[in-house]
Design a protein around this ligand. Structure first.
Ligand code: HEC
Length: 277
């Protein structure tokens, strides 16, 4: 599994890495070794090194349920009758199945990760009955939880990637040497032509004046499943990031569908984020 925190963003000014396409400009300075910065993934055998895994039940089964959960959630005596020891068992016991702990909630409510009891048990929400899962073990990493959230948001399909819109989530806001590092993750791989930096804009807004940042004022990292911008911050200024804007270019996923920028669950819509939020 690719670890977003591990992207060699550091001193690299402009890097585009996507399949065979490589476009570099203004590259300078020393490289940070991949994986060299504050990694937070706990990597549970899901390292394919090819970017983030697709949010499918198959991936989740292979990288999370089987190695981590099935030690307890197995066979006829599984806790709360919840078997997670095969893809079919997981599907049958999770999707649209009422939770034992909070029967008003489904364990997995397709399209609705926030109200899926599985997600609450993994995130350790205040309203759960019993323990955060995995019981007695370290929490899943945010990337692992995002994978499960994405699968549910996309409709919790038994196979494939589901038919839902491709979503984007702000996965991280962190101070960096030059200002702030913002990380977005996409629930499916993007098409290659989303990789053109002119399809997003960053505006710096100070009292009464707004100007676009030029590409040599910041660095970015983009691959098929994530965008990281390393932006300069300035007292009394806000930054506005826009993408998937009809005026400058839509972002398509690998199925050729416009990503869901405005988060309404439908394809399309402009994405806008203002920092500080
Ligand atoms: C060490 C044993 C153990 C491990 C490992 C474990 N669980 Fe559990 N799980 C339990 C027990 C016991 C319960 C019932 C008590 C409770 O809810 O705390 C439970 C309950 C649950 C429930 C609530 C079911 C319901 O309907 O109320 C969910 C969801 C769940 N586990 C998911 C997971 C997932 C996903 C993992 C892996 C990331 C996992 N568990 C790992 C022991 C475990």
């Amino acid at each position: 599994m690719a670890n977003l925190r591990g992207y060699p963003l550091g001193a690299v000014m402009l890097v585009v890495l996507f399949g065979g396409l490589t476009a570099c400009g203004g590259s300078s300075g020393s490289d940070t070794p991949p994986g060299g910065t504050n990694g937070n993934g706990n990597g549970n055998g899901n390292s394919n090194g090819n970017g983030d895994p697709e949010p499918t039940l198959a991936t989740i089964q292979q990288t999370i349920f089987s190695p981590i959960c099935a030690t307890c959630h197995t066979g006829a005596g599984a806790p709360e009758g919840l078997r997670l020891d095969s893809e079919q068992a997981s599907y049958d016991h999770l999707v649209e199945q009422p939770a034992q702990g909070v029967p008003a909630l489904m364990r997995v409510d397709p399209g609705n990760p926030d109200d899926s009891y599985l997600v609450r048990k993994l995130e350790g929400g205040p309203d759960i009955v019993g323990d955060r899962m995995p019981q007695g073990g370290a929490s899943l990493s945010s990337a692992q939880i995002a994978l499960i959230r994405d699968w549910i948001a996309n409709g919790a399909a038994r196979e494939g990637t589901g038919d839902g819109a491709t979503g984007v989530v702000l996965a991280g806001v962190e101070d960096s040497a030059s200002g702030v590092e913002l990380t977005w993750r996409f629930s499916r791989s993007l098409a290659e032509h989303a990789q053109d930096p002119h399809t997003w804009q960053v505006y710096l807004r100070t009292d009464g004046a707004t100007r676009p940042l030029t590409s040599d004022e910041y660095s970015y990292w983009l691959d098929e499943r994530a965008l990281i911008l390393n932006l300069p911050t300035q007292a009394d200024a806000t930054l506005e990031v826009l993408f998937n804007d009809p005026a400058s270019g839509l972002w398509l996923d690998h199925r050729g569908r416009v990503i869901d920028g405005d988060g309404d669950g439908q394809d399309g819509g402009r994405y806008r984020y203002v920092y500080p939020h």
